[in-house]
Design a protein around this ligand. Structure first.
Ligand SMILES: [Ca+2]
Ligand SMILES: [Ca+2]
Length: 233
């Protein structure tokens, strides 16, 4: 099993629009190879600028990269040992996710945070959702992309079927639903209700929501757990 991690010497993540990528400095993408018999770690990129937020699907690792501007998306093929750009658009691109040959990420090229995608096979970039209000944290499984969306003046979870082009709203509650993850037909997210945070989920096939558990501890660690939730659903 291969997992991705990144080392960070100076992490000052501030959730401000244009300074978002600037919060990750001096980071290097590392990929760890875990096996029953031991643990091997090797470096994927040695570029001196900052790299962060890696994601992996089979042989392909993708990450956000500061080498050219405030953020691009780069990739690495573990089989061919070749590095390649996914997008070098002059605006800021961060937070990639990948499933099979589709990479998705947050993109600031239109003056707010939208979700874009790239097909590694056809080498075509495409817009997933653009709106005047921000969208963060895309996740993808199969043909479904999900993200958190501020268009209703509070965070909701939205999704898009890449095959049909149909966009759909998963949550409508006035509380904030953030950091979605998806596995098969199940979407999970962190929901903040007053000062409490919960993990909720939704079955796309059953069109039915459910509560997973109440979160403990501070919200920062809870948010990072949001990306790990699919490991145990
Ligand atoms: Ca860029
Ligand atoms: Ca909401």
């Amino acid at each position: 099993m291969i997992i991705c991690c990144y080392t960070v010497r100076d992490r000052m993540r501030k959730r401000k629009k244009m300074s978002k990528i600037g919060g990750i400095l001096g980071a290097a993408i590392m990929v760890s190879l875990l096996s029953v018999g031991g643990f091997n770690e090797f470096q994927v990129t040695s570029d001196p600028e900052g790299q962060g937020h890696p994601a992996i699907y089979k042989d392909i690792v993708v990450w956000q990269d500061l080498r050219n501007d405030q953020g691009d998306i780069y990739g690495y093929n573990l089989s061919t040992r070749e590095e390649f750009p996914v997008t070098t658009n002059r605006s800021t691109q961060v937070n990639p996710a990948i499933y099979e040959n589709i990479v998705v990420w947050e993109d600031y090229r239109n003056g707010d945070w939208d979700i874009y995608g790239y097909n590694l096979e056809t080498q075509e970039e495409f817009l997933i959702v653009s709106h005047r209000d921000d969208k963060f944290h895309p996740a993808i499984y199969g043909d479904i992309v999900v993200w958190q969306d501020l268009r209703n003046d509070n965070w909701d979870i939205y999704g898009l079927n890449l095959l049909t082009g149909e966009e759909f709203q998963i949550t409508t509650e006035p509380y904030s639903q953030v950091h979605p993850a998806i596995y098969k037909d199940t979407v999970v997210w962190i929901e903040r209700i007053d000062i409490q945070a919960y993990v909720f989920g939704y079955s796309l096939s059953k069109s039915k929501g459910f509560r997973v558990q109440q979160m403990q501890g501070d919200l920062t660690s809870q948010q990072s757990m949001g990306t790990l939730l699919c490991g145990w659903i």
